[in-house]
Every structure is written in structure tokens, then in C-alpha cells.
Design a protein around this ligand. Structure first.
Ligand SMILES: Cc1cc2nc3c(=O)[nH]c(=O)nc-3n(C[C@H](O)[C@H](O)[C@H](O)COP(=O)(O)O)c2cc1C
Length: 470
């Protein structure tokens, strides 16, 4: 029986078991029309946490996965800068022999040098929120998940991490504002490094894309504006409403910039090789950059330069803190997620690319205008390839994402359109995606009903490998 058919059976039973979970909305950049994020999770009586090495099971009883339940615990956490404990280790895979693993059979699988990082191939794990870091803490099952996708010379970008308590918009997302979170991340990072991969962390502030349940003391989420996101309707008709935001005062903005700086420092303390700033998909940085949302009249609104001031300050602060040589920025200039779009996206993004060039930012990660369905229903993805002006303008490593399959990824690399290609859903469902590409093997289908559910195994670490090992 093939992996695919085996998995199909598992997916069916997974769906049956998950059928009562209430899906809510698509929140992370709508990979396709029916991808949705659950707003509410049903209470679960127990969770099993798996350790990468010993596979021990820790049974935690009586836990509820209601989004508001863990909040009281989070509120007790104080944001803090982590004192420097050790010189950050720059990961290099020079010592690792990987060339025998990845044949140069296809452009995607050729080695690539990204700054000081020697990558074995161009297939990158895209950042994907999985809502399985219960209590905003990375957990042992998170280590299993990332280690499954790690291999010598691979580049993984971890899911978006909240830079502060106000940065959260969804349940059980990991954070990087406390010493406890740094410690917890360290185990995940170690698991990935032990397999020879390079691991970056995405830093995130959701801004107005947050219900008050996830805000300290139930306060309004912050944004560049006081305009509320319009209610978002999910594929099953469920309507998700975000809270009316509070427009940040000019003098408050440096504190948010500082949250990114501290989180970046914390990421390095946790052992990450670098960070990716989340400037895409309608979240806070995008809410400042794009003119459909930013209606400010101060130095952070108006002209493109002024709307990009917040982004510029964040990337400058992070670059000064950890070095531009381990900093990436993710942008989605053409997207309109969460009512966030721009009347002149090309000029806007070129301006940001110029800022990145001035700072010497390591990589630019851009999402194609329309994320198409890669291979679903047997259809071929249609990649718009509208990122070429930015590819030409950016001096560092250029990474593309959005609807790519193996053939399209190969073409992007072969044509010089991109240096690296990030894969989201395909990597989520295929922990050994680069190896499957190398063998031109079939792929597991992703199960979107478990994208954002809280189970530490189901739809998370139970996608099968080609060789049935993990
Ligand atoms: C489950 C899921 C979670 C996601 N979470 C994030 C995230 O945390 N940060 C981000 O920038 N994009 C996020 N995205 C968007 C993906 O990184 C990627 O842009 C998208 O899936 C399109 O790529 P693909 O066609 O290869 O799947 C998420 C997508 C999915 C499916």
C-alpha cells in the first residue's frame, strides 16, 4: 500500500475525530479559499507530549484548549530582556557531509550559500502557525515536528512567534518575550540543530488582527489605525470578528519596535540562527505600510516613506541588535488579507527592498500575489511571477513562496527568478519533502481541518515519511 493511500485512511479518521472543532477563519494569509483557522477549540481532557529522544509520554489531565483559558497564565508573564548568556553560535553546515544525500538532479536541490550559511538545497520550510504551543510555550511535540522536517543543510523558518503579549491574535501561538519561552525554545532549536539544519524564527505582531481574548486585560488590540477589520467569513459560513483596534500614539511606537528587538535577541539566545520579521499578510507591519489601513497623519502615515517608517525602524533595530547577516524580512506586497492592501504595491515594496539593501539584510522572502493550489485536485499551480522587479532590486538572497510545487520551484531557480523557494502546505504534510522531490515521489495530501487544531500529534507529527520512519 502506498504512503498516500495509507495516509488517506488516517486523514479520514482524523477528520472524524476532529469533526466537532469549530473552524473560524483563514488568518495566516489564505493559502487557498478554504484554508481556515479555528477560533475556538473544544475542551480536551488530555494531551500527550512526546520527547524527541525518549518518546516518553506525559499525560496532562484536565487541560482545556479554549483560547481564553491559558490567558490568565500568560498575563502573569512579564516581558523581559534576556541577559546575554553565551555568544550566539552561527550555524554552519560545513562540517556536515550532505552532498551524498542531495543529488544535484534538479535545480531546487542544488546547494546554495546564503551569507554564512551553506544550504544543501533550495527547499525551505515556510513559517506556519500551528497553534500547538500551549500557553504560548514551545512544547516537546513542537520539537518533534520541526526535527521531522530538519535535515543536514536544510533551512527551516519556524512559525510566527509573538513578540509580546499584545502581539498575540490566535490561541496557543509561541512567544519570545519571556525567559521561560527562551528556555523552552532552546529544546526545539537543539532538536533541529542536532539534525544539521539551519533554523530561523519568524517574529510577529498581529496588530488589529486579534480578538480581545488574547489581549492583556481584555484591552483593545493595537494598530496603525482605529479601523476595525471587517468580519471575515469562513468556508462554512462562520463569521469571525476582530476587536476594534486602538490607534497607537506616536510616542508608543518605539516601545513596539523595542519588542521586536528584544524578541530577536531572545531568539538568538534560544539558539536560532537568525530571525525573519513578519511584514506580510495584513499584520501589524503591513498595517503600517499599506494605505488601505494606515490613515495616520503623523510621521508614520501619509507618504510611502512615512508608512514604511515603522518597518524601517523594526528592521534597523533588529539588524543593530543581532546583525543584518542573520535577518530576513517577509513581505506580501500584492496581498489584501485582512483588508490590508496598497494602491501602489510595487513602489511600496521597492522602497522596502531599498531599505533592506541599505542595511545589508540577509534575505527577502516574498509571497506571490495569489497563492494558488499546488497540485490539489490534480490542477497545476499558476504562479503569477510578479516578484521579478523585487528580485532584480534586492542584493541579498531572494526567497519566493506561494503555490509552488516541485516543477515550479525548479523553474524559479533555473530561471534565476529566486534563490530559494519556501514551501508551506506541502512541507506541512510531507516532513521529508526535499527527499520526495529528489525521488520525484508522490506527496501526502495536507489535511486543512487539522492546520490549526491543538492536538500535539494528529495532523501535526503523524504525517508519514516515504520510508515510514521519523
Ligand atoms: C497552517 C498555515 C499556517 C501559516 N502560518 C503562517 C505564519 O505563521 N507566518 C506566515 O508568514 N505565513 C503563514 N502561513 C502562510 C505560509 O507561510 C505560506 O505563505 C502559504 O502556505 C503559501 O505557501 P504554500 O503554497 O507553499 O502553502 C501559513 C499557512 C498555513 C497553511
Amino acid at each position: 500500500m502506498s504512503c498516500r493511500s495509507t495516509f488517506a485512511g488516517r486523514q479520514t479518521s482524523a477528520r472524524n475525530r476532529q469533526s466537532k472543532l469549530s473552524p473560524a477563519n483563514q488568518l495566516f494569509g489564505r493559502p487557498d479559499k478554504s484554508t481556515r483557522t479555528p477560533l475556538l477549540f473544544l475542551a480536551k481532557k488530555e494531551h500527550y507530549y512526546y520527547d524527541t529522544n525518549s518518546l516518553y509520554k506525559e499525560r496532562i489531565s484536565g487541560r482545556t484548549s479554549s483560547p481564553s483559558a491559558p490567558l490568565s497564565r500568560h498575563l502573569a508573564l512579564k516581558k523581559q530582556s534576556i541577559t546575554k548568556r553565551q555568544k550566539p553560535v552561527v550555524r554552519s553546515v560545513e562540517a556536515v557531509t550532505y552532498t551524498h544525500i542531495m543529488e544535484a538532479s534538479t535545480p531546487l536541490l542544488t546547494p546554495y550559500k546564503m551569507g554564512q550559511f551553506d544550504l544543501a538545497h533550495r527547499v525551505v520550510l515556510a513559517p506556519m502557525t500551528r497553534c500547538r504551543s500551549h500557553g504560548n510555550m514551545p512544547r516537546p511535540h513542537n520539537a518533534v515536528y520541526y526535527a521531522q522536517r530538519a535535515a543536514p543543510g536544510a533551512l527551516l523558518v519556524a512559525e510566527a512567534c509573538a513578540v509580546s503579549e499584545t502581539a498575540r491574535g490566535y490561541p496557543d501561538v509561541p512567544g519570545l518575550w519571556s525567559a521561560e519561552q527562551v528556555e523552552a525554545w532552546r529544546h526545539v532549536v537543539d532538536a533541529v540543530h542536532s539534525k544539521g539544519a539551519v533554523f530561523f524564527c519568524q517574529l510577529w505582531h498581529t496588530g488589529r488582527v486579534s480578538p480581545t481574548e488574547f489581549q492583556p486585560n481584555g484591552q483593545a488590540p493595537i494598530s496603525s489605525t482605529d479601523k476595525q477589520v471587517t468580519p471575515q467569513v469562513s468556508h462554512d459560513g462562520h463569521v469571525l470578528e476582530f476587536a476594534p483596534p486602538r490607534r497607537l500614539k506616536t510616542e508608543e511606537i518605539p516601545n513596539i519596535v523595542d519588542d521586536f528587538r528584544i524578541a530577536a535577541r531572545n531568539a538568538i539566545e534560544a539558539g536560532f540562527d537568525g530571525v525573519e520579521i513578519h511584514g506580510a499578510n495584513g499584520y501589524l507591519i503591513d498595517q503600517f505600510m499599506k494605505d488601505s489601513v494606515n490613515d495616520r497623519t503623523d510621521a508614520y502615515g501619509g507618504s510611502i516613506e512615512s508608512r514604511c517608517r515603522f518597518a524601517a525602524e523594526v528592521i534597523t533595530a533588529v539588524a543593530n541588535e543581532i546583525g543584518a547577516h542573520r535577518l530576513g524580512l517577509r513581505l506580501s506586497p500584492f496581498a489584501d488579507y485582512m483588508d490590508c492592501y496598497d494602491s501602489d504595491p510595487e513602489t511600496l515594496a521597492l522602497h522596502v527592498v531599498g531599505l533592506m539593501n541599505d542595511l545589508g539584510v540577509l534575505y527577502c522572502h516574498m509571497i506571490e500575489p495569489r497563492m494558488c493550489v499546488a497540485g490539489e485536485d490534480g490542477s497545476k499551480p499558476v504562479i503569477p511571477h510578479r516578484l521579478l522587479p523585487f528580485r532584480k532590486a534586492f542584493k541579498g538572497t531572494f526567497m519566493v513562496n506561494g503555490g509552488y510545487d516541485r516543477e515550479e520551484g525548479d523553474k524559479a531557480v533555473a530561471d534565476g527568478y529566486a534563490d530559494l523557494v519556501a514551501y508551506g502546505r506541502l512541507f506541512l504534510a510531507n516532513p521529508d519533502l526535499p527527499e520526495r522531490f529528489r525521488r520525484k515521489a508522490g506527496l501526502n495530501k495536507y489535511d486543512r481541518s487539522t492546520f490549526y487544531t491543538s492536538d500535539p500529534v494528529l495532523g501535526y507529527t503523524d504525517y508519514p515519511f516515504l520510508d515510514n520512519q521519523n
